[in-house]
Design a protein around this ligand. Structure first.
Ligand code: RIB
Ligand code: CA
Length: 320
């Protein structure tokens, strides 16, 4: 299975990337860096650094510095000054790919027609820009899996908006519109599903007890920062770890329960801009645009994640 990962790394993005690196059946063929949790320079640095540490060889591309329309907002309070808490990664072993993130989406989709799984766990800026380069993208990908939104559930950024949508609402609206006639429809996993996964001290201990690997130590220290943020935000010494759940669903087809729904992004609301609005009762008289994931088998996923990390990290090469 070939996967393109588009991410704003980010603590839970780092778990998703490590999880994919640990899976023999998943071939990561490209990483697109999207500004979000931290600025583009830092996301790119994190992706290059993690790829180096994990011994991954695929191209890592720089994405747009800013969202399509609004100013960039970042989340150093949640993900730390480096996006990995306070962890500074060693220098990477390579430069970024010379192509833009949008160009990499288009090139890889054209190179592997019908065989590339798109996995978007950050804002949709670069995927929206890629649609301008290659409008056939929805029909070239084998499937698209998105961590984003919240359906009939509170937001984690605005009162009703989720981070990946709130950073670039116009981009997510364009992506959902363009993929509305894709077959299969994209999976849209919102907070209502991903917040079923909550790491506590038990999972923090399990990360620290993974086979010795420099990335294990990065994940442990980053997760401690993530816990401290969630504690300061009233969620206790724990953290919602969204992105690897969607990665695991993309690879295995398990852990998320989906239903076809028409979903659109509110762009004009004075209180609700960035909300993903789902027409559950069919009032719009429009066909479904996504496979909306609104619940998850959290325990089974966590077990699968740690089994994969344990096996994979024991076998991965150890670079600096
Ligand atoms: O709302 C959750 C998403 O935004 C995740 O992709 C996470 O990385 C975050 O900051
Ligand atoms: Ca993310």
């Amino acid at each position: 299975m070939r996967i393109l990962l588009d991410c704003d790394t980010g603590i839970d993005d780092a778990f998703a990337l490590t999880y994919l690196a640990c899976l023999p059946e998943a071939e990561l063929v490209g990483i697109v860096s999207t500004a979000g949790n931290v600025i583009q320079d830092q996301v790119l640095r994190n992706n290059l650094g993690l790829a180096t540490m994990l011994g991954l060889q695929m191209p890592v591309a720089r994405g747009s510095d800013v969202p399509l329309v609004q100013e960039l907002m970042t989340a150093e309070d949640t993900h730390g000054p480096t996006g990995l808490g306070e962890v500074v990664l060693p220098d990477p072993d390579r430069d970024p790919d010379p192509r833009s993130g949008a160009q990499l989406w288009a090139d890889l989709a054209r190179a592997h027609p019908g065989e590339l799984t798109g996995l978007l766990v950050g804002p949709a800026t670069n995927l929206a820009l890629a649609l301008e380069i290659e409008p056939e993208l929805p029909h070239l990908l084998s499937s698209l899996h998105i961590m984003g939104g919240a359906v009939n559930y509170r937001g984690n950024t605005g009162a009703t908006s989720e981070w990946n949508v709130a950073v670039d609402p116009e981009a997510m609206a364009r992506v959902l519109c363009a993929f509305a006639d894709a077959d299969p429809l994209p999976v849209l996993a919102g907070l209502d599903a991903t917040e079923a996964v909550r790491f506590t001290q038990r999972e923090l201990d399990a990360v620290a007890a993974l086979p010795p690997h420099p990335v294990r130590d990065v994940l442990t220290r980053a997760l401690e920062f993530y816990f401290a943020f969630h504690e300061s935000d009233g969620f206790g010494w724990s953290a919602h770890v969204h992105d690897p759940l969607v990665a695991a669903h993309a690879v295995t087809g398990r852990f998320l329960h989906t239903q076809p729904l028409p979903v659109d992004v509110e762009l004009a609301g004075t209180l609700t801009r960035g909300q993903t609005v789902a027409d559950v009762l069919g009032r719009w008289d429009r066909p479904a645009t996504v496979r909306s994931a609104r619940s998850a088998d959290a325990d089974a996923f966590v077990e699968h994640l740690f089994t994969t990390l344990r096996t994979g990290l024991a076998q991965l090469p150890v670079s600096p």
